[in-house]
Design a protein around this ligand. Structure first.
Ligand code: ZN
Length: 160
């Protein structure tokens, strides 16, 4: 069986950044399960996995445009400290969610200058070239229920 749209795929992976540091890995955990062709992974990784078979291994370097996007400096906002809950405990690197017109946005505090708090709405990996080492562990047909939900159920997937 080869990887194609609507297959359930399990992969072991290691993600390293431009400086070679490990950002994320499935090492020591269950493989990652995803439903191929449904936007579950970044586009550059899904296109690389297309057509692969179990036990195939590869390394790929994915530019920001095919990963989490380029950085958008218009997503930096300066917010007065008093607008925050627990305003006396703010630290650079803290993340929180905010509701906006397009849904839930993840914001990261990128700078604190007195009572001016700069938050960054870019994905933490925006602008990064991502290096993946991937091994395909398992490929199976998706169930009708998984297809209707658009994600994988069971180990490595959604538990509900
Ligand atoms: Zn579901």
């Amino acid at each position: 069986m080869k990887i194609e749209k609507d297959k359930v795929v399990m992969i072991d992976y290691k993600l390293t950044g431009e400086d070679g540091s490990v950002i994320d890995t499935s090492d020591g955990r269950e493989p990652l399960a995803y439903l191929h062709g449904n936007g579950g992974l970044i586009p550059g990784l899904e296109s690389e996995l297309e057509g692969k078979a179990v036990e195939d291994s590869f390394s790929v370097s994915i530019p920001p445009e095919k990963a989490y996007g380029t950085r958008d400096e218009s997503l930096l906002y300066v917010i007065p400290r008093k607008e925050f809950e627990m305003s006396d405990q703010l630290k650079v690197g803290m993340q929180f969610q905010a509701q906006n017109e397009s849904g839930i946005q993840l914001l990261t505090i990128s700078k604190i200058d007195g009572d001016d708090i700069t938050v960054d709405g870019n994905h933490p990996l925006a602008g990064e070239t991502l290096n993946f080492d991937v091994t395909v562990k398992e490929i199976r047909d998706a169930t009708a229920e998984e297809l209707s939900h658009g994600h994988v159920h069971g180990p490595g997937g959604h538990q509900h």
